[in-house]
Design a protein around this ligand. Structure first.
Ligand code: PEP
Length: 259
């Protein structure tokens, strides 16, 4: 029997000043105390320490442990050194970061992150104890050409499947069709389920049934309060990676409560 975490992960991207972000997290902590799902907040680097402190103080004073975990939106694959503007995994760990979003299509496109670079980032993060939320997904052109399964399979092969079984078991996958990100166009629950099932099958072939059944696979691409329930109720959809709708407490709380 599978033992998968249900996860609502937010990706703030390059949004929110420090004080706006802190206000949002205070509200989320207050309104997610009873939640069944794990909530992960992918915040800009400047927010990490402040958000970690808020979560810690909620845990020590609230009498109930917050289900909110902290994610960064990037990391470097080298330990440290002359990489101006970059951030190391040790730096992320030093402020309590537990997850890192890697392979987002915006980083692949705007910052030319290849599967090869991502494979190094994933390996380095896991070796230090940070779990990757590894994004994959096809463009509209690829989907129209009906080669989306092969395309995503290649992203997993080149970006993830070099990992040992033990290392892979730390990974969360986010299937994010590029044509659905920030466009208001969502994959149908059937389209999401179909790709998630393909992904789980690929994992099973590589790492076996247990690992496949225990890997959380999130859907990302215009998840909103009015479509989250249908998406999350698909058997292989274990939650969502949410961009725009994670910037607003009412919307994100409604999504969290959709499980
Ligand atoms: C994302 O940023 O990963 C994302 C899916 O964005 P949105 O929910 O806005 O489509």
């Amino acid at each position: 029997m599978e033992n998968r975490l249900q996860i609502a992960a937010g990706n703030w991207k390059m949004n929110k000043t420090y004080s706006e972000g802190i206000e949002l997290v205070k509200e989320l902590i207050e309104r997610t105390k009873e939640g069944r799902a794990m909530v992960i907040l992918g915040v800009p680097f400047i927010h990490l320490k402040g958000v970690a402190d808020l979560i810690a103080s909620a845990d020590s004073t609230g009498g109930q442990t917050s289900s909110i975990k902290l994610a960064a939106q990037n990391c470097h694959y080298e330990e440290k050194g002359a990489f101006t503007g970059e951030i190391s995994v040790d730096m992320l760990l030093s402020v309590g970061t537990e997850y890192v979003i890697l392979g987002h299509s915006e980083r692949r496109e705007h910052f030319k992150e290849s599967n090869e670079i991502l494979s190094k980032k994933v390996e380095h993060a896991i070796s230090k104890g940070i779990a990757p939320i590894f994004c994959c997904g096809e463009s509209l052109r690829i989907r129209k050409a009906k080669i989306h399964v092969d395309f995503v399979s290649n992203q997993l092969n080149e970006g993830l499947f070099h990992l040992s079984k033990e290392a892979f078991s730390k990974v969360v996958i986010a299937y994010e069709p590029i044509w659905a990100i920030g466009t208001g166009e969502t994959a149908t629950p059937e389209q999401a389920q179909s790709m998630h099932k393909e992904i789980r099958t690929l994992i099973e072939r590589k790492y076996g049934k247990d690992v496949a059944q225990n890997t959380s696979i999130l859907y990302g691409g215009s998840v909103k309060p009015d479509n989250a329930k249908d998406l999350f109720s698909q058997p292989d959809v274990d939650g969502g990676l949410v961009g725009g709708a994670s910037l607003n407490a009412d919307d994100f709380v409604a999504i969290i409560n959709s499980f």
